[in-house]
Write a protein that binds this ligand. Structure first.
Ligand code: USQ
Length: 408
């Protein structure tokens, strides 16, 4: 039997986890997906579903095997809860790497209520800690690749660009100037983002104490939906979130345009964020697996983002392409209304990433998908119920009074 390298993908049924699992399988790794299908259960809780009609995981996996001749194994497991089963699985599979997507990943969902805050913290922190603990117990040299977020830095960079994880600072120690490198100060903007900053501390400790090899990928807002592999058959289609809690900004604007809803710009729309196309997400993860940190090297941090955009400029672009109305809503979040953002991402570029940047062609591809499945969108679910604080008014109609020119 061929001795292939094995990879465990935690959260392999999700938006980034599914296309990553397919990519790694097509590259020749033996992939084991671990998932408790929590994201599908949250669809039921929220009363909406993926824009794209995703198939049950078993059906996805059967179709993939039929098309590619490659088998992906699946284990139903809640890694935040069932530590013993996770430890046994790692012993049994003996993976080269574990890719960790198994976190509740939506900022608005994490802010909905005390229950949602507590679920996000319990799930994300226990899950991450269980993996680290189980890797140590296994005694194996396993590379952990974690999906982190650009949001750990905050987005206000005081006029400087955001380095890849570590910041060089000058300090005065006993009257002598010294230059030292420190982890970039955490500055989370939601309970969800806060869990990722806590993850970073867990990584720091386990890397220092147990020499675990860890790569933390600080990913920006993902847009798009298809990758080369998910396009191979309708049964492999990826999920596409659009509603108020889980949909991310650019994909939401494209769906809103397709169903004739005004584009939901929060506040002034002056928020600048870092973006990455889903096809680059899977490329970056593959590159990260192929380039692990050396044993005893500190946690390796990549900024997994290819470009930055201001929210109102994205709305302007989508409006120009589709004729949609741009409407301003009271921002349900507690965030700066305007910010500049410059992000270093040289490490992935040096490893050969040729970034996909926002082009009309790719936007059209998403508009086409959004139009094809528009009847699956329940317009009542477009406006988020979540607010960062109880005193922020819920704005269902949009502040139509505000009409600033929107840059195209
Ligand atoms: N926004 C709008 N209108 C909308 C939705 C969002 O104006 O309809 C604004 C938000 O106020 C925010 C920006 O767009 O300023 C981005 O919001 P988002 O929902 O697209 O992204 P976010 O909540 O930050 O979280 C998403 C993913 C998360 C990932 C993160 C990367 O859900 O998993 O970690 O993007 S980053 O934003 O770089 O931290």
């Amino acid at each position: 039997m061929e001795n292939r390298e094995r990879i465990i993908v935690l959260g392999g049924d999700g938006f980034c986890g599914w296309p990553t699992s397919l990519r790694l399988s097509s590259e020749g790794y033996d992939v084991v997906i671990v998932d408790n299908l929590s994201r599908r259960k949250i669809d039921v809780e929220l009363g909406c579903e993926s824009l794209t009609p995703i198939k049950p995981l078993e059906q996805r996996l059967r179709r993939w095997e039929e098309i590619s001749g490659r088998r992906i194994d699946y284990r139903a497991l809640n890694i935040a809860d069932d530590y013993e089963a996770l430890e046994q699985l790692i012993q049994e599979v003996r993976p080269k790497a574990i890719v960790h997507f198994a976190e509740q990943r939506a900022a608005p969902y994490s802010m909905k209520s005390p229950r949602h805050k507590r679920y996000t913290v319990d799930n994300n922190i226990n899950g991450t800690h269980n993996i680290l603990c189980a890797i140590v117990e296994s005694g194996l040299d396993i590379h952990l690749v974690h999906l982190g977020t650009m949001g750990v830095y905050g987005y206000g960079t005081a006029g400087m660009s955001i380095p890849e994880g570590y910041l060089t600072v000058k300090v005065d120690i006993d009257g002598v100037d010294r230059e030292i490198e420190i982890p970039y100060p955490p500055h989370p903007g939601s309970i969800y983002h806060m869990t990722k900053t806590l993850d970073a501390l867990l990584f720091y400790y386990y890397n220092k104490n147990d020499d675990i090899r860890i790569t933390d990928l600080h990913q920006g807002v993902v847009w798009g939906t298809n990758t080369e592999e998910t396009l191979m058959h309708p049964d492999l289609i990826n999920r596409f979130d659009w509603e108020g809690d889980y949909g991310t900004v650019l994909n939401r604007f494209l769906v809103e345009a397709a169903v004739g809803h005004p584009l939901t710009v929060y506040g002034s729309g002056g928020q600048t964020r870092a973006f990455i196309h889903i096809r680059d997400t899977v490329r970056c993860i593959s590159l990260a697996i192929k380039h692990p940190p050396a044993r005893k090297q500190r946690v390796k941090i990549f900024n997994q983002a290819t470009e930055t955009h201001r929210v109102r400029d994205l709305a302007g672009l989508v409006a120009r392409l589709t004729g949609a109305e741009v409407r301003y809503y009271v921002n349900p979040r507690n965030e700066a209304s305007e910010n500049e953002l410059v992000v270093h991402n040289e490490q992935f570029l040096e490893l050969g990433l040729n970034p996909i940047t926002l082009s009309e062609g790719l936007l059209q591809e998403v508009i086409e998908i959004a139009s094809r499945y528009a009847d699956r969108v329940d317009q009542a679910k477009i406006i988020a119920d979540s607010r960062w604080r109880a005193d922020i008014p819920l704005d269902r109609e949009g502040t139509a009074a505000r009409r600033e020119p929107v840059a195209a």
